[in-house]
Design a protein around this ligand. Structure first.
Ligand code: SPV
Ligand code: MN
Length: 613
């Protein structure tokens, strides 16, 4: 048995509550060694991982890792929110009573770190001095060195961060145990994986994966699920799966801050790292705050403030290239310390590649291994360069710290956060949703967020063209039941005197042949500029039953060639399609217990306006 007090004391980790926490869980998981980690240990840990073969070199200061082939994504089915009150059960939070589920996970964790090192990672999901610092402290215990390296990139990690906690007892207790990945029955009735947030105990217990949000517990489990609960329990804040950016107008010197939620695979990272299109670059500059999580609260001045609790980016690599996201490519250049996971990897040149990185496959297949580690050259010729036989996993990722992103905002680290001018929602929608529609009434904005969805892409996933609803893009991350969550949103917004403008955006309208009507990527800035013009009263737009859309001449189209008829279509409201959607929305919202009357009022208002249109 390791002498926990001695190890923690020697590392300068004095907090007696941390000692107690580590002792308790070391007793259960039974590691051979315990090690306390700070960000300054990164170089040594990288070296150890390279020597152990857990990482491969991927260029100077770049690293490649491959996960177990049945452990390549966050698992929604195995994710559970537990509390001690059945009233906390919602539609999407997969609620279980803590007394029922905790013993199961603890059983699986018992003795499961034998022979391994338990790393103790003190972290902070906020800039020190943030008004939300009390909710940001956590200690993750993990038996996986790669998880430590990822956490160092994704969160502020260090013993020093724990020296001045205002309430030394108030930190999230996060336990990660990898388990025997080859014998966990992933996807079978005997599945042993459990990713549990015991929200009312501020305890996170994740067993059976070392991938992404399953294992980096500061990110999704604490930064979203636990924070969703804490924000409500304290009545102080909202924790949302939102990107956060600033648009700087160099001519006026003004900066607008926009946060926004998009279901997965809707281009959130690309939007957040956006570079202004050529013709607009002289005047506008987009600053990056974060691509995945925003915490929002009301400041003393009555404004809504926001910050990104994360310290890095865990981005999908597929389709990342010089056109879709040049800033992401720069963030994974040599010397950045970035880690690639489950991309293709060349054992001779140490390069990485993924579908969409370049228009063509690498010229010579020699030395290239796919994400499972199989040589491409050993595949039958017809499968070497075929879309049906991918090189990289669709959820392959890059992990890089914030400071590597070229357009990182100088205000990113400001503990005061930044005032939020706009909140946007957007999903993939082939028709019905215009390029942008502004929503003035905050309750209607919340209603719009609650009815956010992304289109099913294939019959197998649902009816083509029909939405898979993803309220506020928080479907997999809600700790609260939906009605309570919606009321909490309204309560926070009611305290805001200078309300943010809501808008719904859609970059994905298609023509009859399936082609995209809007060029997307950097051009998306044009819609956001209109939104800010509207907020400032510089344009009036056209009122429709579902919000205000730009007139054609209000959109800044400098340097963009776009057909007039296409523009008409991009800004049109198809009332019949909208009426169909309203019926689906009604069924979707009816599933939520205790949905505030103000949300229903917004719904009825929109429905009525459509009936009269
Ligand atoms: C997501 O799936 O929305 C992510 C990646 O941000 S993970 O951290 O793995 O959840
Ligand atoms: Mn995410």
């Amino acid at each position: 048995m390791v002498d926990v007090d001695k190890v923690l004391d020697e590392a300068g980790l004095k907090n007696p509550h941390v000692h107690e926490f580590v002792k308790h869980w070391a007793g259960i998981t039974q590691p051979d060694r315990i090690e306390v980690v700070s960000a300054s240990d990164d170089a040594r840990l990288l070296q150890e991982s390279l020597e152990a073969g857990e990482l491969e070199p991927a260029g100077e200061g770049l690293y490649y890792s491959q996960s177990y082939h049945k452990d390549t994504a966050r698992s929604e089915e195995r994710t559970i929110v537990a509390t001690s009150d059945p009233a906390d059960k919602g539609v999407y939070n997969n609620w279980r009573h803590a007394d029922e589920i905790k013993p199961v996970v603890i059983g699986n964790m018992t003795g499961a770190s034998q022979g391994k090192t338990m790393y103790v990672i003190p972290y902070l999901m906020a800039a020190p001095g943030s008004p939300l610092e009390a909710y940001a402290a956590g200690v993750e215990l993990t038996d996986n060195r790669n998880v430590v390296l990822q956490m160092i990139r994704m969160a502020r990690v260090g013993v020093d961060l724990f020296e001045n906690l205002k309430d030394p007892e108030s930190f999230v207790r996060a336990v990660h145990v990898t388990g025997d990945l080859e014998n966990l029955g992933q996807g079978t009735p005997e599945d042993k994986r459990y990713f549990v947030t015991v929200a009312d105990e501020r305890t996170i217990l994740h067993f059976g994966s070392s991938y992404g949000g399953n294992a980096l517990l500061g990110k999704i489990a604490h930064g979203l699920r636990q924070a969703n609960w804490d924000g409500w329990a304290s009545r102080k804040f909202l924790a949302e799966q939102y990107m956060l950016i600033a648009i700087q107008d160099k001519q006026t010197g003004k900066k607008y801050h926009i946060a926004g939620g998009f279901p997965s695979a809707s281009g959130k990272t690309n939007l957040a790292m956006m570079v202004a299109p050529g013709a607009l670059g002289e005047r506008y500059y987009v600053e990056f705050f974060g691509d995945d999580i925003a915490w929002l609260w009301v400041g003393d001045d009555g404004k809504l403030y926001g910050m990104n609790p994360e310290y890095g980016v865990f981005g999908v690599a597929i389709d990342t290239n010089a056109i879709t996201n040049p800033n992401a490519l720069a963030a994974v250049e040599e010397g950045t310390g970035a880690i690639f996971t489950n991309t293709a990897y060349n054992v001779n040149t140490n390069e990485t590649w993924w579908e969409g990185k370049s228009p063509d496959y690498p010229e010579d297949v020699e030395g290239w291994r796919d994400w499972k580690g199989h040589l491409i050259s050993e595949r039958p010729a017809a499968e070497q360069r075929s879309k049906d036989h991918v090189w990289a996993h669709p959820n392959c990722r890059f992990t890089s710290t914030m400071s590597n992103v070229p357009n990182e905002s100088p205000d990113y680290d400001d503990p005061a956060g930044v005032p939020i001018d706009g909140i946007i929602y957007g999903g993939r929608t082939r028709d019905r949703e215009p390029l942008i529609r502004a929503i003035e009434d905050p309750a209607e904005g919340v209603y719009d967020g609650l009815t956010l969805g992304a289109e099913a892409t294939a019959a197998a996933e649902g009816v083509a063209g029909q939405l898979r609803y993803d309220p506020m893009s928080m479907r997999p991350f809600l700790a609260l039941p939906e009605g309570r969550y919606a009321q909490h949103w309204l309560d926070i917004l009611d305290q805001v005197t200078d309300k943010p403008l809501f808008a719904h955006v859609n970059w994905f309208q298609r023509d009859a042949d399936g082609g995209y009507l809007w060029p997307g990527y950097s051009e998306n800035l044009r819609a956001l500029l209109w939104m800010m013009d509207y907020r400032e009263g510089r344009v009036t737009g056209t009122k429709t039953p579902v919000g205000v859309v730009p007139t054609k001449d209000e959109l800044n189209l400098d340097g963009l060639e776009i057909d007039d008829a296409v523009l008409d279509q991009l800004l049109a409201i198809d009332v019949d399609r909208w009426k169909q959607e309203i019926d689906l929305r009604e069924a979707h919202l009816k599933a939520f217990d205790g949905l505030p009357e103000r949300i229903w009022e917004a719904h009825r208002r929109v429905a009525q306006d459509l009936d009269q249109a």
